[in-house]
Design a protein around this ligand. Structure first.
Ligand code: SF4
Length: 705
């Protein structure tokens, strides 16, 4: 590229958008990155990047960047203030609230976007330093279901795969996942598969991935659990079970078989809208493959029974012996660049590093490791995100600190949530951008550096720690989140607790200590320099392994020994009843609204991606709704008409896109548009507390004005 010609040096860093975790080569002149290209040697992306990665530097230049602390004046205006004023105010206001209402009255909402070292610092500072009891991450909105499912089924939050598995499967099943646009580099890895694999897509929409599949099970929304039980039923009926694996490595097969005996393909066919033949064919493709892998994302996770759906997927992989071998696995694909870091290190519902707040032994171990008094560690986990929101509603939470997330756009039934934000006595938003929907409600904005302006590690979807580097200066007075947390610790008067937390790599060493002899053991990693040299390293990588195998293998999968993380060493086969949809369409609201990712070029709430001209051009600027041609005809709508979409909670106007990619009775609006969550219904998976975004009933009419 022209930038490369002008560079005086290059360096590699992990991309800061999605959990694929691609390596990007940054072209640097006089200490500032002036361009980038995908890294050809990085074992994740092998020289490829999606448009967001290519534009990663551009979005840092936006005029929307937060450059100075801003404090709301009594007249409502935001006023630029010094860091000293900002931090003094932060400390004074939160301490006053805690003194008046108790420590539980201040909470934090964090993210999957900051590095592991910052994630851990935030959690430790908030809980061990500031006495905050409740905090959760925005990963509750995307990955909590997978975490809960893995923990209950396998004994630890442990996505087992490595990306090579995309290339080594004979049969790949994508359930509620659209990697063609959601994870395009992972899809590129599928395209490298030389085995002509069977590709099965389970999705109510005819997505880009469904169009590329060999079998599309275009099921009725929220019939996935019944369908997966029917596939399980047929695997048993057709004798496609790996009984050696089941007997040696799992518990609960008898109960599973009894449970799914009711779910014959004949019984569930109508309910799912899938023919008996297609259900049997899919089951047999999985059961007869030498190596089958099952992959899922938000279509599963964002559901009122998502945990059980994820476990039905895990069950299928287990009973067919598709675990621990190349090309296999029940594989949750993660969303954000450091969702996996958040899962491990955010110190929210789990104690730092997936320990338990409720266990004296675990609290002792963490306290000893950090050199702090064990009494500083609460003996209960945090409220989950939805409970924190309820805490605001009930007046129990009066102060909120929001870090690198935009819940006023993304939280389910956001109109309600925005009103709750205004009930708070003090709202602090710490972000790269000061014009987000959430920042507009803030009393104090702390300007943060972004990707490329700080150092640390991300963990990608396949458990790979990758290095993030500082290749340019943050604008104005924006600081790395790490520096902000250090400063807050000092202003709060607990700087001594964090005397070892001097820089990100020092914290990485603390995380290594905490991981020792755990499933996620990374004590074998010889610091940032080795991560940089090796193209990242997947956990686990223990000291003992490092002695045998250095540099570490570039690809590693879990459970190749068939030993799972429960005390018994066996995986649990978990089943449950199938529940009805909480708000099914009816005569007043006859359509079911689905939401999800709409394009490869936009990311979540568009906080960053809307700041790139190139990415904006790749995506319609006007919100749109996909509607089936016959439904459009029945309500007198043609392509491009403005239509009103109304639910029991809100109403929005969008442009119609008439397309057969949705089935009759369903409509789809991409989640990137901030108005879509005016409509959604706030209900949750009871096990994971994850919001169920993809089922709310709506009515549609043509706008005449
Ligand atoms: Fe970055 Fe994800 Fe795109 Fe890779 S696929 S370049 S990690 S946004």
């Amino acid at each position: 590229t022209p930038d490369a010609m002008q560079a005086d040096s290059t360096t590699t860093a992990t991309c800061g958008y999605c959990a694929t975790g691609c390596g990007l080569r940054l072209h640097v002149r006089e200490g500032e990155a002036i361009g980038l290209t995908p890294e050809t040697d990085y074992p994740v992306n092998l020289g490829m990047a999606c448009p967001k990665g290519w534009e990663a530097l551009e979005v840092l230049n936006s005029e929307n960047r937060a450059t100075h602390p801003l404090l709301r004046e009594p007249d409502g205006r935001m006023q630029q203030v010094t860091w000293d004023t900002a931090l003094t105010t932060f400390t004074k206001r939160f301490k006053e609230i805690q003194a008046k209402y108790g420590n539980e009255s201040v909470a934090f909402l964090s993210t999957g976007q900051i590095v592991c070292e910052e994630m851990a610092f935030l959690g430790a500072l908030a809980k061990f330093g500031m006495g905050i009891l409740h905090g959760d991450g925005n990963t509750r909105q995307c990955m909590a279901t997978a975490v809960t499912a893995y923990k209950q089924s396998l004994g630890f939050d442990s996505p087992p795969y490595t990306y090579e598995d995309f290339e080594q499967s004979d049969c790949l099943v994508f359930i509620g996942a659209n990697p063609c646009i959601g994870h395009p580099i992972m899809w590129e890895r599928v395209l490298r598969n030389q085995k002509s694999p069977e590709i099965i897509v389970v999705d109510p929409r005819r997505t880009e991935t469904a169009m590329a599949s060999s079998q599309h099970l275009q099921l009725r929304p929220k019939s996935d659990l019944a369908l997966l039980y029917a596939i399980t039923n047929h695997l048993i009926a057709a004798n496609l079970i790996d009984y050696d694996f089941v007997n040696a490595n799992t518990e609960g097969f008898e109960e599973l078989a009894a449970h799914v005996s009711e779910f014959t393909p004949e019984v569930v066919s109508d309910r799912c809208g899938i023919s008996v033949l297609d259900i049997r064919r899919a089951a047999e493709s999985i059961g007869r493959a030498d190596a089958a892998s099952l992959w899922w994302t938000m279509g599963v996770n964002q559901s009122y029974e998502g945990t059980r759906v994820a476990q039905a997927i895990i069950n299928i992989a287990l009973i067919t012996g598709n675990f621990g071998r190349p090309g296999t696995g029940a594989n949750s694909i993660t969303g954000q660049c450091n969702a996996m870091g958040s899962r491990l290190w955010s110190n929210t519902t789990n104690l730092l590093g997936h320990y338990r707040f409720e266990s004296d032994q675990d609290r002792d171990r963490v306290a000893n490791n950090l050199g702090i008094d064990v009494d500083r560690i609460p003996n209960q986990g945090s409220w989950a995100y939805d409970e924190i929101v309820e805490g605001i509603r009930q007046g129990k939470i009066k102060g909120l600190w929001v870090i690198a997330t935009n819940p006023a756009h993304s939280w389910i039934h956001r109109g309600d949530f925005r009103e709750l934000l205004d009930q708070l006595e003090f709202l602090v938003v710490q972000d790269m951008y000061d014009q987000t929907e959430t920042a507009k409600h803030a009393d104090l904005v702390l300007p943060a550096a972004g990707w490329g302006e700080k150092v640390g590690t991300f963990i990608n979807s396949e458990r790979r720690y990758g290095l993030v580097k500082k290749v340019r200066k943050a604008p104005g007075e924006a600081l790395a989140d790490f520096q902000i947390f250090r400063a807050i610790a000092a202003y709060w008067g607990v700087g001594d607790l964090f005397s070892e937390w001097t820089e990100p790599e020092a914290v990485f060493r603390i995380l290594q200590r905490l991981s020792e002899h755990r499933p996620n053991d990374i004590t074998g990693i010889d610091g940032y320099a080795q991560l940089d040299a090796c193209g990242g390293i997947q956990w686990p990588y223990t000291k003992a392994e490092a002695e045998e195998q250095s540099p570490p293998r570039q690809q590693r999968r879990l459970f190749s020994d068939g030993i799972f993380f429960h005390e018994s060493g066996k995986a649990k086969l978990i089943v449950d009843q199938v529940f009805p949809m909480p708000e099914p369409p009816d005569e007043n609201y006859p359509f079911l609204l689905l939401t999800g990712r709409g394009t490869v070029s936009q990311w979540h709430t568009q906080t960053r991606t809307e700041n790139s001209k190139v990415l904006r051009k790749l995506y319609p600027q006007q919100p749109y709704v996909e509607i089936h041609p016959r439904d459009a005809q029945s309500i007198g709508v043609v392509n491009g008409d403005v239509v009103n979409v109304r639910s029991r909670r809100g109403s929005i106007n969008v442009t119609s896109m008439v397309t057969p990619t949705v089935q009759r009775g369903q409509v789809f609006i991409p989640m990137h548009y901030r108005i879509v969550n005016e409509l959604t219904l706030a209900h949750f998976d009871p096990h994971s507390h994850q919001p169920s975004y993809k089922d709310c009933a709506v009515q549609i009419s043509r706008e005449t004005s």
